[in-house]
Design a protein around this ligand. Structure first.
Ligand code: SF4
Ligand code: SF4
Length: 191
């Protein structure tokens, strides 16, 4: 009654057919029957998979360069950009002789994404100056324990035998933006 917009509705007596419920049940079954002959709007996942949008944002991949070296330089820009605080990492300096493993002088010893926190916004991908992290169209599966949702380097870094194609996420606009971000990153680390 606070707003005076409510009004009392008198309770109507049910008619005989309403009291029998049968017409309502038959009507309901008619609707069910009608849907038997319509095209199903559901799919039998995982046997059937819906077509994904070309830029669907799913599980992340940490890329290697063409020589197989990890591109990530553990700068932490992705972690800072992440609104869900889902990314953590530890870094180390590359030693002599490890150039074939890590492209940059600093690399991620550990790199973890908590997929339960992640909202798949793609900001980590946007923030990365080294084109090291991308979101793929792979769906993160379900697990029974929380720990299984913590994806470490073992699950994130791509294998050279099965490289992940991210070209559809590398539009000219994105490349231009990344070149600028990379320049800024190098400039800041040199200072
Ligand atoms: S996609 Fe978004 S929420 Fe997920 S790790 Fe990247 S920045 Fe964080
Ligand atoms: S922003 Fe890119 S290079 Fe920097 S830590 Fe994240 S993935 Fe690695």
């Amino acid at each position: 009654m606070l707003t005076n917009r409510s009004k009392l509705v008198p309770k109507r007596e049910m008619t005989l057919s309403e009291k029998l419920y049968l017409p309502a049940i038959i009507g309901g079954m008619g609707i069910t029957l009608k849907h038997f002959f319509r095209k199903a709007s559901t799919v039998s996942y995982p046997e059937q998979i819906r077509p994904m949008a070309p830029v669907y944002r799913g599980k992340h991949v940490l890329k290697r360069d063409d020589n197989g070296a990890e591109r990530c330089t553990a700068c932490g820009m992705c972690a800072v950009a992440c609104p869900a605080e889902a990314i953590t990492m530890t870094s180390a300096e590359r030693k002599k002789g490890e150039e074939h493993l890590y492209r940059e002088e600093k690399y991620a010893v550990t790199y973890e994404i908590n997929m339960l926190r992640c909202i798949f916004c793609g900001l980590c991908e946007d923030a990365c100056p080294k084109e090291a992290i991308f979101l793929t169209d792979e769906i993160v599966p379900s697990f029974y324990t929380r720990n299984d949702f913590i994806y470490g380097k073992d699950k994130l870094v791509e294998s050279m035998d099965n490289r992940v194609d991210v070209t559809k996420r590398q539009t000219e606009e994105v490349k231009e933006f990344k070149t600028h971000a990379n320049y800024q990153h190098n400039r800041l680390t040199e200072e």
